[in-house]
Design a protein around this ligand. Structure first.
Ligand SMILES: [Zn+2]
Ligand SMILES: [Zn+2]
Length: 265
């Protein structure tokens, strides 16, 4: 199977009508971050929440985890629906342990154990890597006001790879982590007109994302985590630094067939 990413949502922390906060599906069974309505939003991409086997959390700001109770609830029948299925695997930074407990409290799991799937929580740290079938997942650092990760997914057969930065301000290690990747999915939550990195929020401007793309020699850059009314200004600003940039749209897919071969639909 080629490496494929579906954009479940691309919006900033306060999605408007019809939008979804930034989250992704990798190969249709790995959910990266859990937007407001992620368990429903994946269905617009032809994926059932029962198909999700792994959930990777970049960090536990609300817009990245707020849909977790819903995803757990909608996944609760996965063992009934799929005979060979193991526990749902949850991965993320240290805050994930607290957030998972909060999601279980929301679902009143003690009282209604049937609404929670079997699951396992794994805390991940930078420089770790793990294998999921033919996929390798590398864990990188993000520079954000709380414990946060970037992830790199590599198809060990085709060698195609994609990096998902999560929320982060520019840091040199990110370009190294994303070195020679095929698609760099980079947040651009800070407005292009902002003068410098805002030390309180630690997000990237589109020109910061372009800098990482350029320094890492990535093949293509896709911007996410943006306000829709900023899209045109973001795109032109990023392309000044890295011409092969696009704005990712909700519902899009990109298939990476091998190094340098990305097909967008
Ligand atoms: Zn965010
Ligand atoms: Zn954040």
């Amino acid at each position: 199977m080629a490496l494929e990413v579906a954009f479940v949502g691309v919006s900033s922390a306060h999605p408007g009508d019809g939008e979804e906060s930034t989250c992704f599906l990798v190969n249709d069974n790995i959910l990266v971050d859990v937007g407001f309505n992620a368990g429903i939003s994946v269905q617009a991409l032809g994926v059932s929440p029962l198909d999700i086997d792994h959930v990777f959390i970049t960090h536990c700001h609300h817009d990245h985890v707020i849909g977790l109770p819903g995803v757990l609830f909608l996944s609760s029948k996965r063992a009934d629906a799929r005979a060979d299925v193991g526990p749902l695997q949850l991965y993320g930074p240290q805050d994930l342990a607290v957030v998972t407990q909060a999601a279980l409290a929301m679902l009143q799991a003690d009282r209604f154990p049937q609404v929670v799937p079997d699951h396992e929580v794994h805390l991940l740290y930078p420089e770790q890597s793990l294998e999921i079938g033919e996929l390798r997942v590398d864990v990188g650092r993000a520079f954000h006001p709380l414990d946060a990760r970037s992830y790199r997914f590599t198809d060990t057969v085709s060698k195609g790879s994609v990096v998902i930065t999560g929320d982060t301000a520019y840091h040199e290690g990110l370009a190294e982590f994303a070195k020679d990747c095929d698609v760099l999915i980079h947040e651009a939550a800070a407005p292009p007109a902002a003068a410098t990195v805002n030390q309180q929020f630690l997000h990237s401007r589109p020109q910061d994302a372009a800098r990482v793309a350029q320094e890492s020699s990535t093949s293509s850059l896709a911007l996410v985590h943006y306000q829709a009314d900023q899209a045109a200004a973001m795109l032109s600003r990023a392309r000044e630094g890295f011409p092969n940039t696009r704005i990712a749209r909700k519902g899009q897919r990109v298939k990476i067939l091998g190094p340098g071969q990305a097909a967008w639909v």
